[in-house]
Design a protein around this ligand. Structure first.
Ligand code: NAP
Length: 178
């Protein structure tokens, strides 16, 4: 199972200046809980925008897609071996590595952005499920999620009842009509 995970506002905005356009601690906590122990596939720009001093998100295997993987080899120095980051020159190579890894360790695979990697993953057909945090309102920014096709149908998975700032929908492919 490959899950795409994203937070977007009502205008499909996902990023601003290579950062998130908002700070939603409740959603970040959920992201951590859901992805913990799994494999993360992300673009080089998203990888470079990770918060904190470590070049990976802990407790997860970090796979980074770049056209120039060799350039980043040295940045694995000093990292936790299991977390990576591991660099790949295509989504197919990252997915093949991730599938092989989860076979050994029973982990889940998450596509975690940004826009270029979401677009590539959706076009390649590898995405089985999308967990989308719908953030209320519109914000300023410069990176948007691609169109969500009619083939996807979402059901409510979580509601931020405390502050009413977001809700999470779980999208799967609409069953084909007979
Ligand atoms: N709201 C959310 O849930 C969420 C989640 C993640 C990210 N974001 C936001 O999204 C923004 C970043 O998204 P982005 O679209 O600008 O960048 P991105 O998708 O994170 O990374 C783009 C990079 O991926 C590599 N790449 C793209 N296509 C490739 C291909 N065909 N083959 C090999 N490598 C390829 C390239 O790296 P090289 O240049 O190294 O070759 C490219 O520069 C940030 O603002 C971030 O905060 C939001």
């Amino acid at each position: 199972m490959i899950t795409l995970i994203v937070a977007m506002d009502e205008g499909h905005l996902i990023g601003r200046g290579n950062e998130l356009p908002w700070h939603l601690s409740g959603d970040l906590r959920r992201f951590r809980q859901i992805t913990m122990g799994g494999v993360l596939i992300m673009g080089r720009k998203t990888w470079q925008s990770l918060p904190g001093s470590k070049p990976y998100l802990d407790g997860r295997i970090n796979c980074v897609i770049t056209r120039d993987p060799a350039k980043y080899e040295s940045s694995t120095d000093g990292c936790d071996e299991e977390c990576g980051p591991f660099f790949f020159d295509s989504i197919e190579a990252a997915v093949a590595f991730s599938r092989e890894t989860i076979q050994k360790m029973t982990r889940e695979i998450f596509i975690m952005g940004g826009r270029e990697i979401y677009a590539m993953a959706l076009a390649s057909g590898v995405v089985d499920r999308m967990l989308i945090t719908h953030v209320k309102g519109t914000h300023d920014g410069d990176v948007y999620f691609p169109e969500i096709g009619d083939e996807w149908v979402g059901r409510l998975d979580y509601e931020d009842k405390r502050e009413g700032l977001f809700e999470v929908l779980d999208y799967v492919r609409r069953p084909k009509e007979l």
